[in-house]
Design a protein around this ligand. Structure first.
Ligand code: ZN
Length: 327
């Protein structure tokens, strides 16, 4: 099944070419209450680019907004569904992805702390796996981490008011909270191509492919965590990236052979997706790098116009009328 590119002394790079079924994080999707407040935080405070303004394909009466770097590169993307507060807050706990962890330039956390303070956002410093971390909460209470990373070559979006030397470069790691880490870790290492990097307390860090920011995943074992429930203030799912449909089909077959119930492929307009629940209860998605966000609007003006998938285009007037104003 594997291509014949075996090396007797595998370097991380050659290993990633040969055996890493997923190439890292594609995106993380969370549930927020108010899209305007959400834009004010993720674009206005954190300086991410709004790269797509669309609707929830399962409920076009609500927005689905995507943030990322200049072009919405896989690994830089966070997306939000919007449920009004009265429809219920979720509970953060076991069986969920529990943080949005971003890569910040080394030496920038002091400036970030100052910027956050000026914007009325409290933050705390921590050290984890030898990395300097600033932790804060988004307006709905979702845990956000800014991690100082010295070797991340990705470029952040600088079209807002966050200077280049501070610009966030995408997701750094994923944080998966489960009561029992064993089955989750087995899935990551046996079927998804992750390797253990190190352990610290109840947290284990894994990396895929050549490793580094965007290709890391932390499994947090917390036997006393309450069961997470979906809703406002929680992360809905995490998507892992594969290059194309063929890689996704291979991954689908591999997961099904390992006993997972995997959804049929769904076309998400900007990528194609399959979904499955890992044994700790976390919803996982495998998303393709193709076709990307410039498939239905120019790269220069990403995120400005409301984009609808073809099946909703005929109902555009009604959909636009029902959506809340973002200004
Ligand atoms: Zn998704």
């Amino acid at each position: 099944m594997l291509v014949a590119m075996k090396s007797t002394t595998p370097s991380p790079t050659s290993e990633s070419l040969v055996t890493s079924p997923v190439a890292g994080i594609h995106h993380v999707t969370a549930v927020a209450s108010d899209p305007r407040r959400n834009i004010a935080f993720y674009s206005g405070v954190l300086g991410l680019r709004l790269v797509k303004k669309t609707v929830n394909f399962d409920d076009p009466s609500a927005y689905h907004l995507y943030y990322g770097d200049a072009s919405g590169t896989p690994g830089s993307i966070v997306t939000f569904f919007y449920w009004p507060d009265f429809s219920g807050r979720g509970r953060v706990g076991a069986g969920q992805t529990t943080a949005l962890s971003f890569s910040a330039p080394a030496g920038s956390l002091g400036a970030w702390s100052k910027r956050l303070q000026e914007k009325g956002v409290a933050s705390q410093h921590a050290i984890r796996f030898g990395e300097e971390v600033l932790t804060l909460r988004d307006p709905d209470g979702i845990l956000v981490e800014l991690v100082a990373v010295s070797d991340d070559t990705r470029s952040g979006w600088t079209g807002g008011d966050v200077p280049t030397e501070m610009a966030l470069r995408g997701l750094h790691t994923a944080v998966l909270t489960v009561r029992d880490a064993t089955p989750t870790e087995a899935l990551l290492t046996k079927d998804m191509g992750y390797r253990l990097v190190r352990r610290e307390g109840n947290r284990a860090r894994f990396e895929a492919g050549p490793g580094g920011s965007g290709r890391l995943t932390d499994v947090l074992a917390d036997a006393s965590a309450p069961n997470g429930t979906g809703g406002v203030g929680t992360i809905h799912h995490i998507a892992w990236r594969v290059a194309d449909d063929e890689s996704q089909q291979r991954m689908q077959a591999r997961l099904m052979a390992a006993g997972f119930m995997v959804s049929p492929m769904r076309d998400r307009q900007y990528f194609r997706s399959i979904y499955y629940r890992e044994r700790g209860g976390i919803l996982f998605e495998i998303a393709t790098d193709v076709p990307g966000f410039a498939v239905d609007e120019p790269a220069a003006t990403l995120g400005q116009a409301l984009k609808l998938p073809p099946q909703f285009e005929s109902a555009r007037t009604e959909i636009e009328h029902a959506l809340p104003s973002l200004t």
